[in-house]
Write a protein that binds this ligand. Structure first.
Ligand code: 0WD
Ligand code: CA
Length: 371
């Protein structure tokens, strides 16, 4: 067996950039789709657009509590790691589809959203795992049982709010015609497309890069603009749906503007041009809707008397973190492309972690080998 590469024994700390930093950041390149896949009602995966749904504006006045008792929720005790994304890349590889690329970072879009928004995050820290394999670096959330248990407890107090987000999706979309499971019933309210089942997801896998760092990201897409039954119309027709409480005062407006950073980053990363926000009252009745063009959100924030975030520090920090990870983790790849013969057993992977502490920065450290 080949000797393992030497492991650098380092701890590297990366401070946050100043929130006002305006130096031109590394460019985030226009994403292109590599593949799409669908989770079905039983969470199984098919490599097509079965779970894609089509946008159809929700009628105002609908009750976003509808269907709460009959919802089906994904089993959150199952840690899927990067399974869906890896299955999609395997599918691409087997079919020799153009667009496959080794090298760079492979992860969920949600991970990159977290890194990107970290310079403006005051509360939530996180930890991620990075492993080099086959010339690429795979990143996932480090989610030990105690942290996961705490998150589930926190989430349970938000269960109703988060359900209303799913109900808003059900009122705003029409499923792909073959998705019979979610067929609506006679007694359902106007616009309802069928009971919520959070197993069902439609994911797009894109490639892009920030500066010279290649990225391959998988993320969930809520719906597309188009005629039900038509094929995937491309990223330009994709939409993200959000819900928010109706804004009555300046404090609520401030909170919404802060949330727009996460909404913007999330859609920007996948190349989704439109975000629609449904505003509901305290009882869950849909009162109004507003469409945002993703690309214009930073300009909107910059036009406010007190702009509370800016995309430059977000891009700078994302680049710095990924560059740091690439530089240290990639040389520890036990099996660079063509580095092993077919008969050789795969050497143990070298695990690294990087953790973010709000208002401080990000630290990369070496964990060790796992079989
Ligand atoms: O740590 C894990 N095991 C995670 C798994 C964390 C985040 C996501 N995932 C899974 C998702 O289930 C999905 O299959 O990764 C895939 C892609 O996720 P993403 O697009 O990168 O996730 P993100 O951008 O954070 O969230 C997009 C949507 C959410 O919609 P809103 O409008 O709330 O942003 O994905 C859903 C949620 O509807 N979502 C999840 N669904 C099930 N389990 C989860 C989750 N843990 N996180 C987000
Ligand atoms: Ca959404």
């Amino acid at each position: 067996m080949r000797a393992l590469p030497r492991r650098p024994q380092i701890n590297t700390f990366l401070p946050l950039p100043a929130r006002g930093l305006s130096a031109p950041p590394p460019e985030y390149h226009q994403p292109t789709i590599i593949s799409t896949y669908s989770h079905l009602a039983d969470r199984s995966i098919v490599h097509d657009d079965t779970s894609m749904s089509y946008y159809r504006p929700a009628p105002l006045g609908v009750d976003l509590n509808h269907g709460f008792e009959t919802k089906i929720e994904r089993d959150e005790t199952v840690d899927e790691h990067l399974d869906g994304l890896c299955a999609a890349l395997q599918h691409v590889h087997e079919r020799g589809i153009k667009g496959e690329r080794r090298g760079g970072i492979i992860t969920w879009r949600g991970m990159i959203t977290r890194i990107m928004t970290a310079p403006f995050e005051d509360r939530e820290g996180w930890e991620m795992t990075a492993i080099a394999l086959d010339g690429s670096i795979y990143i996932e959330l480090h989610d030990p049982p105690e942290i996961r248990a705490k998150r589930r407890k926190d989430q349970s107090s938000w269960a109703w709010q988060s359900y209303m987000g799913y109900a808003y999706e059900a009122f705003s979309t029409v499923p792909y015609p073959s998705a019979q499971d979610s067929a609506r019933e006679e007694e359902d309210p106007e616009g309802w497309s069928g009971d919520v089942n959070t197993n069902v997801q439609w994911c797009n896998v894109i490639r892009s890069s920030i500066g010279d760092v290649p990225l391959c990201l998988g993320g969930e897409v809520d719906c597309v603009r188009g005629t039900p039954g038509d094929p995937h119309p491309g990223l330009g027709a994709c939409m993200e749906l959000k819900t928010n409480k109706v804004i009555y005062n300046e404090k609520q407006e401030f909170v919404f503007h802060k949330k727009l950073l996460k909404h913007w980053a999330q859609s920007w990363l996948l190349g989704i041009p439109t975000i629609e926000v449904g505003f509901r009252d305290d009882a869950g009745i849909l009162k109004s809707q507003r469409e945002f063009e993703t690309i214009k959100i930073p300009r909107f924030i910059a036009s406010l008397p007190n702009p509370i975030w800016h995309p430059a520090p977000a891009h700078h920090f994302l680049y710095s973190v990924l560059d740091l990870v690439l530089k240290h983790v990639l040389p520890t790849d036990p099996a660079p492309p063509q580095g092993l013969t077919q008969d050789e057993p795969l050497p143990p992977a070298d695990v690294w972690r990087f953790s973010f502490v709000p208002r401080r920065g990000c630290e990369l450290y070496h964990v060790g080998h796992v079989e």
